[in-house]
Design a protein around this ligand. Structure first.
Ligand code: PMP
Length: 436
């Protein structure tokens, strides 16, 4: 019976009630002059894209004149759930040739191993959807990308965080955490999650020996290692081999890439996942979106085929300059603390030497009212009801009780150098006054 609007009451799903709005999304609502919060790309090949759009539309007009109606309508249509084949092919070739990703030497065959997604965020969600039941275990570095933590919490995972240092996650602890997870929870973890090239949030890069060791750990324990390579294209130095390059039989590593950081935010990601998971991955993706936007894939195919190598070096140099300005200005103006030293990506991580400093409170009460934003470090830890940590002193998995509050992630990606310098000087001053 219709009860009238005021009587309507929606009963939300358990996870919706349980998990609050992500900190980043909440913060993106504030408009500030000195924006160091989300990892928004601020250097994009805009002229190149204007040119590509023109090229694509000229080509379409030509096809229409030639009465090749279906060739054009298909560019605005539903595509295969796995993606637009010409883009899959170009991307597969690039992955094999530049990053040594084990893919068949025949591009036609190789393309079948590449899945296009609606952003790599979608891959993270899908992997949770197909692998995680409530109570299952996943292993992440502490701190970890909150876009991975969110979906894992939504599927009810136990998230075991493992200590990281200035080079990233520590493989010995990953290995011990796996053993302890079997003892403590009677479960082999389903996923080990890492960002080897310029981590989000810490900006650290895993050295070669750790990459190799992590692969061996995944293989020895038969666990899926999710290698999130979101910042692979924004590396200031020649990047190290991906962990995926060791996975010759395509069994233990899901390799996730995105076009969002270096091309434009078209919501197009791509991945190479173990053969065994492909069908279920596509089943889940079909339920979510049926298809990723086709016209965006058409545009990106032209970019990846013809333009990326011409414009990427300049994009990378631009981010490197921004990074240098941020870190140098931090060193000159921030109070005592520790910062990471990024060699790529979008982020620097800073921890105050004063352990009582609360970066979340400071953000709301001091930074945002003064036109500065960043993401407090606590946002990169799971909620207490899902969170555990491997404690190397006790050599045990213990509930994650106290989340460090004295850290922040600063993004240098969005603003030009002069605003980065001004904003960091301002933030440094505010922090110094506060921490006096
Ligand atoms: N992984 C990491 C580490 C990221 O930083 C991001 C973007 N913040 C993503 C995945 C998702 O990117 P997209 O969905 O735009 O491909």
């Amino acid at each position: 019976m219709y009860m009238g609007l005021k009587d309507v009451r929606y009963t939300l799903s358990a996870w919706t009630e349980l998990i609050p709005e992500s900190e980043i999304r909440r913060l993106l609502k504030f408009t500030v002059k000195y924006y160091f919060a989300g990892g928004k790309p601020g250097i994009l090949p805009l002229e190149t894209f204007a040119k590509i759009l023109e090229e694509v539309s000229q080509e379409q007009l030509k096809l229409l004149q030639e009465k090749k109606y279906f060739e054009v309508i298909n560019q605005y249509n539903y595509e295969k759930t796995a993606g637009y084949d010409p883009l899959r092919k170009v991307v597969a070739k690039r992955l094999r040739e530049r990053d040594n990703i084990p893919l068949p030497s025949d591009d036609e065959e190789a393309k079948n191993k590449v899945i296009i997604t609606t952003g790599s965020q979608q891959s993270l969600f899908i992997l949770g959807d197909i692998l995680i039941d409530p109570g299952d275990v996943v292993i992440t570095p502490a701190p970890a990308y909150l876009g991975f933590l969110g979906p894992m919490m939504r599927f009810g995972a136990r998230i075991v965080t493992v200590p990281s240092d200035d080079k990233g996650i520590i493989p010995e602890y990953v290995e011990e955490a796996i053993k302890k997870s079997i003892e403590t929870f009677k479960r082999v973890p389903d996923i080990v999650y890492v960002i080897p090239d310029s981590d989000n949030p810490k900006g650290t890069t895993l050295p070669m020996n750790r990459r190799k060791r992590l692969y061996e750990i995944a293989e020895e324990n038969k666990i899926l290692l999710v290698e999130d390579a979101a910042y692979r294209d924004i590396q200031f130095q020649k990047p190290l081999p991906p962990i995926k390059s060791f996975d010759k039989e395509n069994r233990w590593v899901a390799y996730l890439r995105t076009t969002s950081k270096e091309a434009a935010v078209f919501r197009i990601g791509y991945c190479v996942i173990p053969d065994e998971l492909i069908d279920n991955f596509l089943k889940s993706k079909g339920y979510i979106d049926l298809t990723s936007p086709t016209i965006n894939q058409v545009i990106l195919k032209v970019y990846y085929e013809k333009y990326i190598d011409k414009v990427l070096p300049e994009t990378i140099r631009g981010y490197e300059r921004r990074c240098k300005v941020m870190t140098k200005t931090m060193d000159e103006h921030f109070p005592e603390g520790f910062r990471t030293d990024p060699t790529g990506g979008f982020f620097v991580w800073w921890e105050s030497a004063n352990k009582t400093f609360n970066a979340s409170v400071f953000l709301e009460k001091v930074a945002i009212p003064n036109d500065v934003s960043y993401v407090p470090g606590a946002a990169f830890y799971p909620l207490p009801q899902f969170g555990y940590m491997y404690d190397p002193d006790k050599r045990e998995i213990v509930p994650l009780k106290e989340i460090p509050e004295n850290a922040m992630r600063l993004s240098y990606s969005y603003l030009p150098e002069n605003l980065i310098e001004e904003g960091i000087i301002k933030l440094g001053k505010l922090l110094s006054e506060h921490l006096r």
